[in-house]
Write a protein that binds this ligand. Structure first.
Ligand SMILES: [Zn+2]
Ligand SMILES: [Zn+2]
Length: 415
């Protein structure tokens, strides 16, 4: 049989990744992501070259939508696989807006070792990324080894996992499928410990609250903020959604979880949050949170000093209860800056500025820097490197080894 590799989407864009490895009738699909620029209700987004009339098995590298977001368009008979906690986050994301994913997802863990999946040997390798429970996938068939790097970085709280691979790389990699999100950006990336220090400084110099806008699914950041809160004698206040995320993934981990062991962690229930969960039919969850000892209210927070999870949609609820921004407060935007429009008067940023609060951006990328990508690629010593998840792979001056440039939908027969 002949092993072939097809990147259905992703050779020249970031997000919407879809990659196929095929050996005769055996087909593995790595990620079926939603393009980042697709309108929310858009349907029919599967890449045209992905044949859905034949059997296949799908592996999701991690829980970011640009890697699994087209799951509902896949043939119902195709088995799906993901990391155990990633599967939980995928379900949570579909349920959040009242949907429901009526599909089973088979799961692996970081200790699974080699799994036989439709004739391929698949080794999931836990990696460092802004999505929790993200994996690289080492795939073997017919004596060939393909390493799919997924999305990764070397400066998060799990950096030692990737550094360990660089020090002792898997032997004899025939193909490395590598992301290149941060190519063409020359900003240095800071590590998550430096982000924590920046929040500690902010907590110390701020007399009032520190409002922070971050993604509840960016667990590294949640841990960073929890630690910064503890170091500055503050509480970390998350909303119902933040609490939901932690409860769904924290079992078997050392993650902070609302409860006795983490007294600095509080949950605030806003009318908007309550509506979101009532709409999902989860009144029991709201009631459980509301009556727990770690619940707090907007009113009780007014006189307190905390790091408070904030989203633009929560600001009116905060304001109505007297928890609006003041000149004593700080507002930190802790997401990718592309998501922030500082000129939008409804944004937390603009509203904080109007109130005289200090505004800062505190963030680090979920993806490796160009220098770290190169270091990783060189250490893996692949016979061929297939670029994906990037827009700058064709820029002059790239020094990556053994590049095999494919086009979307082009099928490459491995030599
Ligand atoms: Zn991605
Ligand atoms: Zn990602």
């Amino acid at each position: 049989m002949t092993l072939t590799l097809t990147v259905h989407r992703g050779t020249r864009c970031i997000g919407g990744s879809c990659i196929e490895i095929r050996d005769g009738d055996d087909r593995l699909i790595l990620d079926v992501g939603r393009p980042l620029d697709a309108p929310r209700d858009a349907k029919g987004l599967l890449p045209a070259t992905l044949d859905t009339t034949l059997p296949a098995t799908v592996l999701f590298s991690h829980s970011h939508m640009d890697h699994w977001g087209l799951v509902e368009e896949l043939p119902p008979a195709w088995p799906l696989w993901a990391g155990e906690k990633s599967a939980e986050l995928i379900h949570l994301s579909t349920e959040l807006f009242g949907g429901r994913l009526d599909r089973d997802i088979h799961t692996w863990t970081s200790r699974s070792g080699a799994i036989d999946i439709s004739g391929f040997s698949v080794i999931p390798i836990l990696t460092d990324h802004s999505a929790f429970d993200a994996y690289m996938l080492l795939i073997e068939k017919e004596g060939r080894r393909i390493l799919y790097g997924g999305d990764f970085r070397t400066h998060g709280r799990k950096s030692s996992l990737v550094e360990g691979m660089i020090t002792s790389p898997p032997a004899a990699i025939d193909v490395l499928i590598l992301e290149g999100t941060n190519l063409r950006t020359d900003k240095p990336v800071i590590n998550e410990a430096e982000v924590e220090d920046a929040f500690v400084d902010l907590g110390r110099e701020t007399r009032g609250h520190v409002f922070v806008q971050w993604s509840a699914q960016n667990i590294d950041r949640t841990v960073t903020l929890y630690r910064a809160a503890k170091r500055t004698g503050r509480k970390l206040v998350i909303d119902l959604y933040g609490a939901d995320v932690l409860r769904r993934i924290a079992s078997g981990t050392r993650l902070p979880l609302p409860g006795k062991s983490f007294p600095e962690l509080k949950v605030v229930i806003t009318p908007g949050g309550r509506r979101l969960y009532t709409r999902q039919g989860r009144d029991a969850f709201v009631a459980e949170m509301a009556t727990s000892p770690f619940a707090t209210s907007r009113k009780r927070l007014v006189g307190d000093k905390a790091f408070i999870m904030t989203r633009d949609s929560m600001l009116d609820d905060f304001e109505k209860a007297g928890l609006g921004f003041t000149a004593e407060d700080a507002y930190a935007f802790s997401n990718w800056s592309g998501y922030l429009d500082v000129d939008d008067p409804k944004s937390g940023w603009a509203r904080a500025q109007a109130a005289g609060s200090k505004t800062v951006k505190v963030h680090t990328s979920g993806h490796a820097s160009p220098a770290d990508l190169l270091r990783f690629a060189e250490a893996m010593k692949p016979a061929a490197l297939v670029p994906v998840h990037g827009i700058a792979w064709d820029d002059p001056g790239m020094a990556f080894p053994a590049v095999r440039r494919l086009s979307d939908g082009e099928t490459w027969k491995l030599p």
